[in-house]
Design a protein around this ligand. Structure first.
Ligand code: GLU
Length: 375
């Protein structure tokens, strides 16, 4: 039997909350008691030192009633307007609930491009990592007010999985109105069994997911399976659990019913495997012996250790790292474009702002963004 991961082993957890859990659609208000019980659970994680990130749906569900919109599908402009009205209330509800535990919330609204375009991805990732370093809890949603139908996620399951990968989280929790993945549609099949653990996403598993989605939650089981695929590639385990109970996270921790999707890798190795496997190198940096030694001991590459920069790369592109003899000793995602990298190479990080006229990252290539050749 597969041993399930222990809940207290996770150090960075993304929790996705579906609209139907958080919003009383008839009243158009937040289910306050439920939210507070959930936040109690999140505070326990936070207190033991884990980074907690929330992906919360509910903007449209909250806003539509205030905006006087009827039930049923909304026109794009109406859903954008409803989201604008609802998001402000949603953020306030989270912020106040977290505040009761002395935790600061930070609102982050993302669009599809923010996770898919490399430069914007790096920016968003840096913001999330700063928030975590400040021990603040990012409360994330899609920026529905500007997302148009062609360029939007539309469901927060996949958004949450991208966030988990982006933030190098080791666990993604999807709280929804089902207990997990069943071997047959549970509404129609009384004998349907809950699958406790999925070790690999096989076509058989995908077939079990079917398609259905309800009016308030856009993601059915299918988007959850897609989320599992994204999370797994990013090195995060994922768990789907029923959120319609008080303290749903504590319940998962206590071994309550849910479905685990396990990943074979961890966030750092997944990321590094991806960097190491990059086919398209856009340039190279040649570094001095001192820097090469520092990298081997697990440090980041600072501009001071760079002797030469070659190629025409943009910020976030993958470049080769060469030693003084020209041998490739590693690869990494560079934090500066070629023009700026040339200007700061060999210089002290303290002088970056003066040289470039704007502050920049102290590292040329951060150690998390780097993989070294085995030698
Ligand atoms: N972003 C949408 C909202 O906040 C929800 C998307 C979803 O239900 O997955 O209303």
């Amino acid at each position: 039997m597969t041993t399930l991961p222990k809940f207290d082993q996770f150090s960075r957890v993304v929790v996705k909350v579906g609209s139907s859990l958080l919003v009383d659609a008839a009243k158009g208000s937040v289910k306050q008691d439920w939210l507070e019980a959930l936040v109690d659970d999140l505070a326990v994680l936070h207190k033991r030192g884990a980074d907690v990130l929330v992906v919360s749906s509910g903007a449209i569900a909250l806003g539509r009633r205030v905006a006087g919109l009827k039930r049923g599908a909304l026109k794009l402009e109406d859903s954008q307007a409803a989201a604008a009205i609802g998001q402000i209330a949603l953020a306030r509800a989270w912020s106040l609930s977290l505040q009761r535990h002395g935790i600061v919330a930070g609102q982050v609204l993302l669009t599809l491009q923010d996770t898919e375009e490399r430069r914007r991805y790096l920016n968003a990732r840096e913001t999330l990592s700063r928030l975590s370093a400040m021990r603040a809890v990012p409360v994330i949603n899609e920026n529905d007010t500007v997302a148009t139908s062609e360029i939007r996620y539309g469901d927060n399951d996949r958004l949450a999985a991208r966030v988990a990968a982006m933030a190098s989280a080791d666990l993604l929790v999807l709280l929804s109105d089902v207990a997990g993945l069943y071997d047959a549609p549970p509404q129609e099949t009384p004998t349907a069994r809950l699958i406790p653990v999925v070790e690999r996403l096989t076509p058989g598993v995908e077939a079990m997911a079917g398609g259905a989605a309800s009016e308030t939650s856009r993601g059915g089981m299918r988007t959850k399976i897609e989320a599992a695929r994204i999370a797994s590639a990013g090195g995060a385990h994922m768990v789907i659990a029923d959120g319609r109970v008080a303290h749903p996270i504590a319940r998962i921790g206590a071994g309550g019913p849910c479905t685990w999707f396990l990943t074979p890798s961890n966030p750092v190795t997944a990321r590094k495997a991806w960097i190491g496997g990059t086919l398209e190198l856009k340039g190279s940096v040649t570094i001095d012996a001192g820097a090469a030694k520092a990298l081997k001991s697990g440090k980041s590459l600072l501009p001071a250790g760079v002797k030469r920069v070659e190629g025409g790369f943009a910020r976030g592109d993958c470049v080769a790292i060469r030693d003084e003899s020209g041998a490739e000793i590693g690869r990494g995602l560079i934090a500066y474009d070629a023009k700026r990298a040339v200007r700061i190479c060999g210089r002290n990080s303290r002088d970056i702002a003066k040289i470039l006229g704007a502050p920049g990252r102290a590292e040329m290539i951060h150690r998390d963004d780097m993989t070294l050749a085995e030698r």
